[in-house]
Write a protein that binds this ligand. Structure first.
Ligand code: C2O
Ligand code: CU
Length: 495
């Protein structure tokens, strides 16, 4: 079931590029007449960052996470990026259906911003939600170049009392290595450099051995899929929540009984996180920014690289940590939520083990809210993306090919309903992302959640549908930055 659209082959078709007049037309259609402009500046720069008890030399937007950008739906973001890095860079605005020429993909939507140069991004933010931004050059993201981008909905009913944005990360530095060296090592040695240590396996809880480990809602997912050491290839000394290590965590002042809306963002390069609040249930409200629900509250939610979940919990009488355990890697990060005078104490190993054994929601448990569900429709075109790797040189491919921006991608036409079938032919996690669109996941539960990034578990196939309503050239790729950079990317091409 590869491309089934009629007409001539893609190679004979003229692509609708990022500078097409159609891009201006699509932007004009989503920009409200009275749109106000939110202007900011960002400087990508080398510097020292305190991760909580350890200071590292790295690249960032001046702090970790980068400064939060907060807009209202329909506002225009004007962001001037100053590149003070020794390499070219860009910014990609992850999850936003924006104009194609502002998508930040070098060679595809713009030339990369050279070292020492500036570039101004300007686009309308058409939807509210929890988004984020990062470079789309090499593995720069994994050095600390990322930040949250929140688009508020002026019509939000606000069924919560306070908001806590948490950006999760896996941190490579500390051993004198950097992400480029790690990628070079992976390419040189195949899997032997990173290789998730099997020594992290024994502390995985035995699934199904006690009543508390049952996982309703997991469908026929193999138990090993959620617990295997297959989330990533890279070994990280630290895991961070809002830029802090678990031994010296960030904290948040709340009051007992307050309902806190968590906006969880996984900015990790190679790590899925299982996130929960010990002793409090999570009520899912959004997936990748779009209103959604789960059948029930749960103790934990699984978040792949690039994915976001918003969830509300009620602060107990004593403070609690929000805990994020690195799936299959044996480390964690946390943010302490204090309850008035009752300060949260940091998570201990017991809490971590409990979270690992807890009922954990995955994409299969979510449904989209009716107002954001796509109408059922037979797709006009279906494209398979067969995900394979790693090859001998750590090559990861889509449909047998490593990414090449000059090659024909997967053709779509404006107005089509498009189905993508992500076929995971490997034993690893692949969080697959589509730029410029939000798709609807097809699954056991209908309607499935609206998302822009969906974690494809080992040996699984996931189908997603979207309406081709944003002309241009759009990447679809694995958000494990090492897989993506090693070739697991392709282009959805409007023709
Ligand atoms: Cu978060 Cu192609 O990116
Ligand atoms: Cu991958």
């Amino acid at each position: 079931a590869a491309c089934s659209s009629g007409g001539s082959s893609a190679s004979q078709q003229k692509k609708i590029g990022p500078t097409s007049p159609l891009v201006n037309r699509a932007e004009a259609a989503r920009r409200p007449a009275n749109a106000s402009v939110h202007a900011i500046g960002l400087t990508a720069q080398p510097g020292e960052i305190d991760l909580g008890g350890v200071t590292v030399k790295t690249w960032s937007y001046g702090q970790l996470p980068g400064p939060e950008i907060r807009l209202k739906r329909g506002q225009v973001l004007r962001a001037k990026i100053s590149n003070r890095l020794p390499q070219p860079t860009t910014i990609h605005w992850h999850g936003l259906a924006l104009r194609n020429d502002m998508d930040g993909v070098p060679d595809l939507t713009q030339p990369a911003v050279a070292a020492g140069r500036d570039f101004t991004y300007e686009f309308t933010a058409p939807e509210a939600g929890t988004f984020w931004f990062h470079p789309h050059v090499g593995v720069q993201l994994d050095r600390g170049l990322y930040g949250p981008l929140i688009v508020e909905d002026p019509a939000d009913g606000k069924d919560y009392d306070a908001e806590l944005v948490i950006v999760l990360d896996d941190w490579i530095d500390g051993a004198g290595t950097d992400p480029d060296a790690v990628l070079a090592g992976l390419k040189k040695n195949g899997m032997s450099m990173g290789g998730t240590p099997t020594s992290s396996m024994p502390d995985m809880p035995g699934m199904g051995s006690s009543p508390s480990t049952s996982m309703p809602g997991m469908g026929e997912m193999p138990k090993s899929a959620l617990l295997g050491g297959d989330a990533g290839d890279v070994t990280y000394p630290y895991f961070l929540a809002n830029g802090r290590r678990s031994m010296d965590p960030a904290s948040f002042a709340a009051k007992p009984g307050q309902r806190i809306r968590l906006r969880l963002i996984n900015a990790g390069g190679d790590t899925a996180f299982r996130v929960g609040v010990p002793g409090a249930g999570l009520r899912i409200t959004h997936t990748d920014g779009f209103p959604a629900a789960a059948a029930s509250e749960a103790a934990a939610v699984l978040l792949g690289m690039g994915e976001r979940v918003d969830a509300v919990f009620t602060v107990p009488t004593s403070g609690v940590p929000v805990l994020a355990v690195a799936e299959g890697k044996g480390g964690y990060a946390q943010v302490l939520v204090h309850a008035g005078g009752s300060r949260a104490s940091a998570a201990n190993d017991g809490a971590v083990e409990q979270l690992k054994a807890a009922k954990t929601l995955t994409v299969a448990d979510f449904t989209a809210a009716p107002q954001v569900s796509l109408a059922e429709k037979t797709p006009d075109v279906t494209h398979d993306l067969k995900l394979s790797g790693p090859g001998a040189k750590y090559d990861w491919t889509v449909n047998g090919k490593a990414y090449n921006p000059n090659e024909d991608g997967l053709p779509v036409r404006q107005g089509q309903r498009v189905r993508l079938r992500f076929v995971n032919d490997t034993d690893m996690y692949h969080p697959m992302h589509l730029h410029g669109h939000t798709f609807q996941v097809r699954g056991q539960r209908s309607p499935g959640p609206r998302k822009d990034t969906v974690l494809i578990l080992p040996r699984r196939t996931v189908e997603v549908d979207f309406d081709a309503d944003n002309p241009g050239q759009w990447l679809s790729h694995c958000h494990n930055v090492y897989h993506g950079e090693a070739g697991m990317m392709t282009v959805v091409s409007y023709v």
